[in-house]
Design a protein around this ligand. Structure first.
Ligand code: KG4
Ligand code: ZN
Length: 330
């Protein structure tokens, strides 16, 4: 299994069938290890939370079905969780972050601005109209002949580069709203690289630094517009939270920190292990739902079908605002 995964990882992608099989192979062991490290047995638990979407359906099905089996065997509550809700609430695991706050979620698959007004109360203020930020980093790293995942490789290459050497677009800057567009950055990078006959290491460093800085300015600029909109609406957010793998990027964090401090807000970034995809954030979201009574009934949870697509503003219960469809009642 490891060989399979290493092989596919080398191609910079996830093969859904291989990923689902890997889940099935290691899940029991991972759960066993988690329980033994916490010195608890399944019967000691109040509930079991599992990601029920969005995402590659094979892996989600394996996880949710295992959780259903455990809930049945040990008579536990089952709490299906939206993966994005895990990211949204993850900062509260390690820091005191009061509602409402603005979340910038930047990962390989998502680039979103979400007003988090409470558990189950989410309003999306912006999303990417083309590539996700992590995807743009990964594709651009490939174009520059750097490794995968692309984000850390671009950040490392950019460390020795000049960010002001190449000009990049400022997408959607003059327009209202706080959506993102990242595919133009990738095109600009390709055109700049093509202009150089045989790019040297120095050129690659400058290209990486210019690209990274343009992405950072774009993310921070659109985030600033969302904060302005909230201020205009009289919504007093206390912090800006950045989560997802791309939030590990120092240049992006520096731009976000400036945007936040301009407005007297704290910038909160969960530690990398909780910022990127992880099981603890799903358990945490389940605990938050359990504590606030925002859970579905046991019957509904056991019948819950995995959702390959599941916008965050479409929670299971309590679609108080955000245009979400009203889900089954608790
Ligand atoms: O949240 P994440 O670990 O997984 C999901 O996408 O679900 O995010 C992975 C993405 C990859 O595209 C990777 O290139 C990017 O996060 N990433 C970074 C950095 N570290 C990881 N992007 C920019 N700078 C980084 N330091
Ligand atoms: Zn994720």
């Amino acid at each position: 299994m490891r060989t399979d995964l290493a092989e596919h990882a080398a191609f910079g992608g996830v093969v859904p069938e291989v990923a689902a099989r890997a889940h099935a192979v290691i899940l029991d062991r991972v759960i066993g290890e988690a329980l033994s490290r916490a010195s608890v047995s399944p019967g000691d638990l109040d509930a079991i939370a599992a990601a029920a979407g969005p995402g590659l359906i094979g892996g989600v099905m394996v996880g949710l079905t295992t959780a259903k089996a455990m809930a049945l065997a040990h008579k536990l509550h089952l709490i299906p969780i939206n993966h994005l809700e895990g990211h949204a609430l993850s900062a509260r695991m390690t820091e005191r972050v009061d509602f409402p706050f603005l979340l910038l979620l930047v990962s390989g698959g998502h680039t979103q601005l979400v007003l988090v007004d409470g558990v189950g109360r989410y309003r999306r203020l912006g999303t990417t109209i083309d590539d996700a930020a992590g995807e743009a980093f990964d594709k651009s790293a490939k174009l520059l002949g750097l490794g995968q995942p692309g984000g850390p490789c671009i950040e490392a290459a950019a460390r020795n580069g000049r960010a002001d050497r190449f000009r990049f677009p400022a997408p959607l800057a003059g327009r209202a709203g706080s959506d993102f567009s990242l595919s133009g950055m990738k095109t600009a990078l390709r055109l700049a690289a093509e202009d150089l006959a045989a790019p040297t290491k120095r050129d690659v460093a400058d290209l990486a630094a210019s690209f990274q800085s343009a992405v950072a300015r774009h993310l921070a600029g659109q985030t600033g517009k969302a904060l302005e909109r909230l201020a205009d609406e009289g919504v007093a957010v206390g912090s800006l939270v950045a989560a997802g793998g791309v939030a590990a990027n120092g240049a992006i964090l520096a731009e976000l920190s400036a945007i936040a401090s301009d407005r007297g807000l704290a910038l909160v970034v969960p530690p990398a292990k909780y910022c990127t995809d992880n099981g603890a954030m799903i358990a945490w979201a389940g605990a938050e739902r359990l504590a606030s009574g925002k859970t579905v009934s046991r019957e509904e949870a056991l019948a819950f079908a995995p959702r390959p697509r599941w916008p965050l503003a479409d929670p299971i219960v309590g679609a108080e605002f955000g245009g979400g469809r009203k889900g089954p009642k608790a």
